[in-house]
Each structure stands twice: as structure tokens, then as C-alpha cells.
Design a protein around this ligand. Structure first.
Ligand code: COA
Length: 564
């Protein structure tokens, strides 16, 4: 079928649906919902058999849904309606939720139901649940709905609240009045629910040191305590604030935009507040190994089991600033000298990495200089992985990876990914040539022609395609918990196998051979020469594209490479 995706943004779920339907032989096009006229023109251009809206924050024009079948993905169970479904699910502490695919009609979310798939809600931020449980249930529901539609035999079920399996209800927009934290009265569990329901958008509006900020992210703290509402610690850019019965960590803040002032964006909390305003607040570090045993906030954790080291890193939005890259490099260097034979890299859940931290760069006094520092810090990390010849390194992608963040994973000896991960092996949408030694690692894996095709096409790649191309080596099914168990089993098998010595010898030899043909330093120098040009030449698009990304500006029209 010709399937047109209409979406408010080509976000992770839209990318996932794109990948899954393409893998099943459908012809895909994308039209961003940038206005009714643009949508109408996009539909006429593409002439779809079916229109799907995986993530749409506005109504589809009536003449479009009158003329074409339009199926909307709604992140709520059957009967749930309204624009803030997941916010309510998390704030109310729902144990079970769902995703429903319904046909577009005049009334929002009230059309007949084509498919509905339940899921169990895991403790975590809204956007993390969205990229994991919601995305998996949504894909299952979309595939079912598409199959039912294509079969021509299925009559969608009209929404009828008298039916036993219709559990949802119409809920209002989740405005800030529902999110407000009472620091003197709210216990940690309540504060965490409010923070997580607002993560990553819109955040919880609050006052800190006399100024209004949106709080983004929330994590429990098991030891630190203070007077309710007080800022009691900082750690690696995050702040810790006491609640009525404990404390929580808040990693990121976004200043409230002042009337007539410039737009604001999320930053590490300490950067947003200004370090000088926090001189009385102690920095309370934690090592990766201690963090792995505690219930506290840390971006990096390290543990060992059965001869395998696990270096887990979780950076908000998958973005890695200069400081974050340096901290991860230090942790990597410590892990690589441990008496283990296999080292597994990657978050237990969600993003692997999305490359350099565009928000921190945007906020820097000299964004070009900060871009340069950030890419060099990334390259140092990648180089350390590429040159670790006495450890077998596995990158385990529990979630999505993009641009330099995906290239970072390719430095490992093997790349394993969860079946539902979406990979974006390209930089050009950010106006960058790219570094992270990708000119060495990508063609080495997929060949020069495919490397060229992937970087030019700038389209997301699903796990199945990635495996067929050689971009990844193994795929693990299931949710993030199942994937984590599978990774552990696979890693332990390698660590205990008699073949490990051969694998290590082959690795060492290959590195030496490759170095003789072209040194790593030459790849880096060539890539960085192109990046320097991207950062410094006034004619380059990078600074403009980065600004648009950070400020979440709408593009003037749907990018040509998505139209199909
Ligand atoms: N720097 C700063 N923030 C980043 C980021 C980066 N490199 N990559 C992602 N983020 C942020 C997003 O702004 C978003 O923030 P929000 O939670 O406030 O909305 C969050 O992380 C999640 O990203 P989002 O775009 O919503 O996720 P997605 O899964 O829909 O899309 C990407 C993923 C990777 C396609 C998209 O985020 C992207 O293009 N990132 C930039 C990649 C890049 O060019 N990196 C620099 C070159 S190495």
C-alpha cells in the first residue's frame, strides 16, 4: 500500500512506524502537519491508499478524512480522549495503559477503533515510557490496524462507553495547575510522579533562587536530606532538592521565557542557575560503581558480573556535552583496566546516544569553540574504545541512537541492538560532515557504497535492515528488561567461551593491519578538517540548523527526503 504518515514532527514513534511499514513492503511518504493547505497538497501529491498519524497534535482537515481513510494513533486505552493522555497516566500512577488506533472523525479521539493494545506502565519519565512501552504497543496496534484495513474484512468498532473493555475517559489538558509541586507538603513519591508526568515536555513550572524555571527529569535520592524545598547538593550539573520526606534530583531546567525575551531551552540545571548562584550548595559526587549499588542519580554506572563489566550511561535526550564525554572517558578508562574480558557499553534503557550536546553548545559564549571542544571530547572517547585491544567491547543499544551517538557504538567490536531500536546513521540534517571516526568504522561495517547511501538518504534504519547491512551484529527481542537479560547472557557466553582468545588475537591483528594502511589519526584529522569548516565558515548551515533544533522551530515545509 501507499501509506502517508502525517505527523507534527518526524519523531521517534513516526520514525519507528516508517521503518516497520517499509520493512513490510509498503511505500511510505511523510507530510509534516505544517498547516491544512500543506497537508492537503501533500496528500494530493502522494495519493495514498491509507493515511496514518503516529504523532499529531492538531486535527486533520475534514475534507482529507472525508476522502481518504485516516487512522490516528492515540497514546491511551480504548475510550481515553484528550491531549494529555500519558501525563495523566503517569501522574495518576496507572499500572496499565494502552495505545489505540482510531479513525479520524469530526470529534477528536472519538472515531471508531481499529486496534487497541495494552501495556504495563514502568516507573520512569513520560518521554522514556513513550519511546519504549508506548512505541512498542503503538507499532503492534498500527500493524494490526493496517492488516485489518488491507484485508478489507474488518469493520472498526464504534466507540461505545457501555462496553466492558472501554476503560478510558475524556480528560482535560494537563495544565501547570495540576503539576505544581508543594515542596513543604509533597512527599518524594508525589514529587517524582509530577516530575515524570511532565518529562520531557512541558516540565513543571517552579521557582528556584527567585526565578521561574521549568523542571525537567526527576530521580530519587536515597541518602541526602534537608529542609523541604532547599537545594542540598549538586552533581555533574544536576541539583538535588529536599522534599517533605526525602530528596529528588533534577537534571535539567529551562528558564521561563520572559515577555518579549528570547526563547529559552533546557540546560543542565547548574548551567541554567549559574554556578555562582550555587556556591553554598556542595557538589556531592558518586563513583560509577557506588552509583550502581544505590538509588541515586548518576549518568554513569559500572558493575561486574561473571567476568563481564557493564558501563551504563544515560544522558538526557542522549546528548553528550564536553564534560559528559570526559566523565564517560574517565569511567571507560577505569573499566578497561579491570580484570574482566568483556566490557558492555550502553544504557539499561532508552537512548544509547545522540551525539554532541546541541543545547549546551547553543548556550555557550562561543558555540563554534564549544562545538570543537565537544567533538574532540567525543573523538577521544571513540579513540579509547577503538584502541582497547585487550578487552572485547560490546555496544548494547537498548534504544535509539543517532548521528555521532550511533557512530560511537560502531567503535565497539560488536554492536547488539534491541529489535525496536531506530538508528539514524547520518549527520547531514544538522549540516555536519561528522567525526567520531565514522569514515573508518561505517564503511568497515557496511562497505563504502552503503555508507554513502545511508549518509545521503538521511533516513532512519530499523534493526532488521541494520542487521542485514552489517551495521549491527545481533538483535535482541522484547522490552528493555528482556533485552538487558539477553545482553547479559550473550556477554557471559563470550566471556566464558574458548573462542575469546582467538577473537582477541584477531582484533589486535586487525587493528595493527588497519593502522598500517591508514592511521586512526589520519581519519580524525580529515574528519575534523571538514568539521572545522562546518563550525567556522559563515556560509555553512550548521549554526542555523542547530539553533532551529534547540528552539524546536518548525521547518517551513516537509523536507524533500521524507516525502517519498
Ligand atoms: N543535543 C541536544 N539535545 C538533543 C540531542 C542532541 N544531540 N539529540 C536529542 N536531543 C533532545 C531533543 O531535543 C529532545 O528534547 P526534548 O525532550 O526537550 O524534546 C530529546 O533529546 C529527545 O529527542 P527527540 O528529538 O524528541 O527524539 P526522537 O527520538 O524523536 O529523535 C533524533 C531523535 C536523534 C532523530 C533527533 O533528536 C536528532 O536529530 N538529534 C540530533 C542528532 C544530531 O544531529 N547530533 C549532533 C551531531 S553528532
Amino acid at each position: 500500500m501507499r501509506v502517508l504518515l502525517i505527523a507534527s514532527a518526524f519523531n521517534s514513534l513516526t520514525q519507528r512506524v516508517h521503518v516497520e511499514l517499509r520493512e513490510r513492503g509498503h511505500t511510505l511518504g511523510v507530510e509534516l502537519a505544517l498547516g491544512d493547505e500543506a497537508v492537503r497538497a501533500g496528500v494530493e501529491r502522494f495519493r495514498p491508499d491509507l493515511i496514518l498519524a503516529p504523532m499529531l497534535t492538531r486535527a486533520v482537515p475534514e475534507d482529507v478524512w472525508q476522502r481518504y481513510p485516516v487512522l490516528i494513533v492515540h497514546p491511551g486505552p480504548k475510550g481515553d480522549r484528550g491531549p494529555s493522555s500519558l501525563d495523566w497516566a503517569i501522574q495518576l500512577g496507572a499500572a496499565e495503559w494502552g495505545v489505540t488506533v482510531l479513525q479520524a472523525v469530526a470529534e477528536m479521539d472519538a472515531g471508531p477503533v481499529w486496534a487497541s493494545v495494552p501495556f504495563t506502565v514502568r516507573a520512569g519519565g513520560k518521554s522514556e515510557v513513550y519511546r519504549n512501552e508506548v512505541a512498542d504497543a503503538a507499532v503492534e496496534a498500527v500493524l494490526l490496524a493496517v492488516e485489518r484495513f488491507a484485508g478489507g474484512w474488518y469493520g472498526p468498532e464504534p466507540l461505545d462507553y457501555s462496553q466492558w473493555d472501554v476503560t478510558g475517559q475524556l480528560r482535560p489538558y494537563h495544565a501547570q495547575e495540576f503539576r505544581r509541586i508543594d515542596w513543604l507538603a509533597d512527599d518524594t513519591a508525589t514529587v517524582l510522579r509530577k516530575l515524570r508526568a511532565a518529562d520531557s515536555q512541558p516540565g513543571v513550572l517552579d521557582t528556584l533562587l527567585g526565578r521561574e524555571y521549568f523542571l525537567h527529569g526527576g530521580c530519587a535520592e536515597d541518602e541526602l536530606r534537608g529542609s523541604p524545598g532547599e537545594l542540598i547538593a549538586t552533581r555533574d550539573g544536576a541539583v538535588c532538592r529536599a522534599t517533605a520526606d526525602g530528596a529528588v534530583w533534577i537534571p535539567q531546567l529551562r528558564p521561563r521565557r520572559e515577555a518579549g525575551g528570547p526563547p529559552t531551552f533546557k540546560l543542565p540545571a547548574v548551567d541554567a542557575l549559574g554556578a555562582e548562584a550555587l556556591t553554598a550548595v556542595p557538589e556531592v559526587p558518586v563513583t560509577p560503581s557506588v552509583a550502581a549499588r544505590r538509588d541515586t542519580w548518576s549518568e554513569i554506572r559500572y558493575r561486574e558480573e561473571q567476568g563481564v563489566g557493564y558501563l551504563e550511561f544515560t544522558f538526557s535526550g542522549g546528548a553528550m556535552s564536553t564534560a559528559q564525554c570526559r566523565r564517560l572517558l574517565a569511567a571507560y578508562r577505569a573499566a578497561v583496566v579491570r580484570p574482566t574480558s568483556v566490557l558492555v557499553l550502553g544504557a539499561a534503557r532508552d537512548f544509547f546516544s545522540n551525539g554532541i550536546h546541541l543545547n549546551v553548545i547553543e548556550a555557550a559564549g562561543d558555540p563554534a569553540a564549544e562545538s570543537w571542544a565537544n567533538i574532540n571530547a567525543m573523538d577521544d572517547l571513540v579513540e579509547a574504545i577503538l584502541t582497547s585491544t585487550d578487552k572485547y567491547v560490546v555496544a548494547a543499544l537498548a534504544g535509539n541512537a543517532a548521528a555521532g551517538g550511533l557512530m560511537l557504538s560502531l567503535a565497539a567490536d560488536e554492536v547488539w541492538c534491541r529489535a525496536s531500536a531506530v538508528l539514524n546513521p547520518h549527520y547531514r540534517l544538522m549540516g555536519l560532515y561528522g567525526s567520531e571516526y565514522w569514515t573508518y568504522t561505517l564503511p568497515r561495517r557496511v562497505g563504502a557504497d552503503q555508507a554513502q547511501r545511508l549518509t545521503d538518504a538521511a533516513l532512519p534504519v530499523g534493526a532488521g535492515e541494520a542487521l542485514a547491512l552489517g551495521l549491527v551484529d545481533r538483535i535482541g527481542d522484547g522490552d528493555s528488561t528482556t533485552f538487558r537479560t539477553w545482553v547479559q547472557q550473550q556477554a557471559e557466553l563470550i566471556a566464558g567461551s574458548g573462542e575469546l582468545a582467538t577473537k582477541m588475537a584477531t582484533k589486535k591483528q586487525r587493528r595493527a593491519d588497519d593502522e598500517a594502511v591508514k592511521p586512526l589519526a589520519a581519519y580524525r584529522a580529515e574528519e575534523l578538517a571538514r568539521m572545522r569548516h562546518n563550525f567556522l565558515d559563515p556560509g555553512e548551515s550548521y549554526h542555523q540548523l542547530r539553533r532551529a533544533f534547540v528552539h524546536k522551530s518548525c521547518p517551513p515545509e516537509t523536507p524533500a527526503h521524507l516525502r517519498g
